[in-house]
Design a binder for this molecule. Structure first.
Ligand SMILES: [Cu+2]
Length: 113
């Protein structure tokens, strides 16, 4: 009985975590143990149009299509880049292909061109 309750608890937790990920703006911080086992860091890739570049912050705003691997629909949002030098050759309205990681909290572009 106890394990059944635990299972139900975990399932409802997992559903909550999945919903948060689908919205991709999790409201509350989720404890690390809630993350799917072996998920760790996820990777994804996508295509989009540069909207804005923030050299100081090391971020780029991209109007992107759905992201492969990350369950994210198309939208306009800001991403951090792994290295600010990656922003050097980018300009607004440029079409880019990019790869990124998601560690449960932060989306980080690792490749963009
Ligand atoms: Cu997005």
């Amino acid at each position: 009985m106890k394990s059944l309750l635990n299972a139900a608890f975990l399932v409802s937790f997992a559903v909550g975590a999945t919903n948060a990920l689908a919205n991709h703006h999790p409201g509350a911080h989720q404890p690390d143990r809630v993350q799917a086992p072996a998920a760790g860091q996820k990777t994804g890739k996508g295509t989009g149009l540069i909207q804005q570049i923030d050299q100081e912050k090391g971020a780029v705003t991209i109007k992107h299509g759905s992201l492969q691997g990350l369950n994210m629909p198309g939208m306009t949002m800001s991403f951090l880049v792994k290295d600010k030098s990656m922003l050097a050759n980018l300009q607004p309205l440029q079409k880019v292909d990019f790869e990124l990681t998601y560690d449960g909290r932060t989306y980080m572009i690792t490749k963009i061109k």
